[in-house]
Design a protein. Structure first.
Length: 627
């Protein structure tokens, strides 16, 4: 019996594959099980066109057996088997796929797809084996054959008496080294784990001899003994291919727990089945609570990606936009163009189409939850609302149309979270803007002097307490035709002509005092003005320009602190007793005006939650004023 050589190109491909095509050695088992599943599928299709063949599903299975003493791992299937010619074509020429050819010849279009496409998966066995032996007998053949190869050197084929149709592949494993533990592929628990990870949803039983501890008798305190029983170790029918009507909420929650998507219960599950330009099924989960590492570099977003029930990627980031990175779950598609290792996609057009559809579905379900299950939505928003706001802010606001209807903010009027749509719906006819105020907490915002005049007008204010809030709103710019305006803005947009005229007169009458105060504060403020907004407070800061005071605080807390400064305006309330003291001091003792000015400025900083620049000077000024 002479040894046959692989073709030159095949030989180079084999060497490449053993060393570099697959990123993890354990995937060899996924590939061999997938091939075994293909062989049974082929038997199924033959039965559809040949009345002499009866396909009884119970007769078809895959068996995985480990022999630690011989250091051999065996995968057996009861599929269609191979003739000598098919052995040479499929195993002698690497990258010639018998499954792909079978699919084309039979024009399979009914969704019961053949997994194999490339014809290289079988050779993944050489990543872990020194010798690979194949015993096979084809359907309708009286003769079986034995194929043996030690790798790139070639292979032998000889007749072999085999009683049953099907294929048995035995891998004689390599010796373990310090870097590679090949013995682990003979360990029962490790094998079960690999099968569950990659091949749990192969549609035929994958059987193993499983060791269990069982009592020797029915007595209560009976001694335990090891019992070996043949068991099916895969789930076979994936939950996402079942009819939704067959499944309960408990089924979805159990699957969530089994897949270790989170330690909580999901707030919502989304079951998607699409049969269009690209076919796919998906089960998506919206978690109740945020993973502990969600905002850390360790968190890895993405959905599990399956191709016809076989796991391709544990975390496919391209299936989710960043702003929905909290979503857990999986996608299974028969139409993906995979590379030869099945670990990467050759074309991202299909993936982009799935991602677009999934994004739209997630948005729809969240909107439905907001409208119909408010308490549940607010629980979700407490965990992931910040992420939605980051999504609005990122990519220069290009996702604002997707996300703006999902945002909630605390309301001065409702004393609870409200949506932008709810705010606009309640707006009085004369209100031009959506007003907001920024601060560290709702309680601090409620005490801001700048809110007084807006509330007196009967206008609702949205409270921004997240550091990203104002940045996100700047990206949205307007909602339903209404612009956003900060209560600290220089122009609130509703001052009457009388108020404007009064302010102009007061400014003219006190211009020297205002100019003096501005010179005292130097470059700390852009201007000192008579206030149109203050009612009971003596002083406040407003801002003039794109950078607000709250944005200044956020930007300067970042690691690359660039010392960003908002253009601050110190506003004075002419109707407050403090202003009378200022005017009196300006007429009699300008040094005292300097002290008062610094105290008022530092008080305004404290109201805004900003640090006093020189605490010692501030306390000295207070002492001077009290003396």
């Amino acid at each position: 019996m002479s040894k046959k050589q692989f073709e030159a190109e095949s030989k180079r491909l084999l060497e490449m594959m053993i060393n570099s095509i697959y990123s993890q050695r354990e995937v060899f088992l996924r590939e061999l099980i997938s091939n075994a599943s293909d062989a049974i599928d082929k038997m199924y299709y033959k039965a559809l066109t040949d009345e002499s063949i009866t396909f009884n599903q119970d007769d078809y299975y895959i068996k995985v057996t480990a022999d630690k003493d011989a250091r051999q791992l065996t995968i057996t299937d009861t599929g269609i088997g191979m003739t000598k010619e098919e052995l040479e074509d499929n195993l002698g020429i690497i990258a010639k796929s018998g499954s792909l050819a079978f699919k084309k010849e039979n024009e399979i279009k009914d969704g019961h797809d053949i997994i194999g496409q490339f014809g290289v998966g079988f050779y993944a066995a050489f990543m872990v084996a020194d010798v690979v032996t194949v015993w096979t007998k084809a359907l309708g053949s009286d003769q079986g054959y034995k194929w043996v190869s030690e790798g790139a050197d070639g292979y032998t084929i000889e007749p072999y008496e085999k009683d049953t149709v099907g294929t048995t592949i035995t891998l004689t494993l390599k010796e373990s080294t310090e870097e590679d533990d090949y013995d682990s592929f003979l360990d029962e628990q490790q094998l079960k784990s690999i099968i569950k990870k990659y091949s749990d949803f192969i549609r035929y039983p994958i059987k193993m001899d499983v060791t269990e501890q069982k009592p020797k008798s029915d007595e209560e305190d009976a001694e335990l003994e090891e019992v070996v029983e043949e068991k099916t170790v895969n789930s076979m029918v994936p939950i996402w291919k079942k009819n939704k009507s067959e499944l309960t909420t408990e089924d979805y929650e159990q699957f969530y727990a089994e897949k270790h998507y989170g330690f909580d219960k999901p707030l919502q599950h989304i079951h998607v089945s699409v049969d269009g330009n690209i076919r796919y099924n998906a089960i998506l989960y919206i978690p109740e609570s945020m993973p502990y590492n969600y905002y850390s570099a360790e968190y890895e977003k993405g959905l599990e990606l399956y191709s016809n029930g076989v796991l391709i990627m544990s975390k496919c980031a391209d299936l989710l936009p960043d702003y929905f990175s909290f979503v857990q779950g999986l996608v299974d598609s028969e139409d993906l163009s995979l590379n030869i290792s099945r670990e990467m996609l050759q074309h991202d057009r299909q993936l982009k189409l799935i991602e677009k559809n999934i994004t739209k579905k997630i948005k729809t379900e969240l909107k439905k939850m907001l409208n119909n299950e408010r308490e549940k939505y607010e629980k979700f928003y407490k965990s992931f609302g910040r992420q939605l706001k980051y999504g609005v802010y990122s990519d220069f606001g290009q996702n604002k149309e997707v996300l703006q209807d999902l945002l909630l903010f605390h309301s001065s009027k409702e004393k609870k979270l409200v949506s932008l749509a709810e705010y606009v719906e309640r707006m009085p006819e004369d209100q031009k803007y959506i007003y907001y105020a920024s601060g560290e907490s709702n309680e601090r915002i409620e005490r801001l002097p700048q809110t007084e005049v807006v509330l007196d007008k009967g206008y609702e204010i949205l409270y921004f307490t997240d550091d990203v809030d104002e940045f996100a709103i700047r990206m949205i710019m307007e909602y339903d035709g209404k612009e956003f305006k900060s209560v600290s803005s220089g122009d609130l947009g509703f001052e009457s002509d009388d108020a404007t005229n009064n302010t102009e007169e007061e400014t003219k009458d006190n211009q020297e005092l205002l100019d003096h105060m501005k010179s005292v504060l130097s470059d700390k403020v852009k201007d000192v003005r008579i206030s149109k907004r203050l009612k009971t407070h003596p002083v406040c800061l407003s801002n003039d320009g794109e950078i607000s005071i709250e944005m200044e605080k956020v930007l300067n807390m970042m690691p690359d602190n660039q010392q960003v400064k908002a253009d601050k305006i110190l506003e004075i309330n002419v109707n407050h007793d403090v202003f009378e003291s200022l005017k009196e001091a300006f007429d009699q003792d300008k040094d005292k005006v300097d002290v008062y000015t610094n105290i008022l400025y530092n008080q305004a900083l404290l109201i805004e939650g900003l640090a006093v620049e020189d605490p010692v000077a501030f306390t000295n000024d207070i002492w001077k004023a009290m003396a």
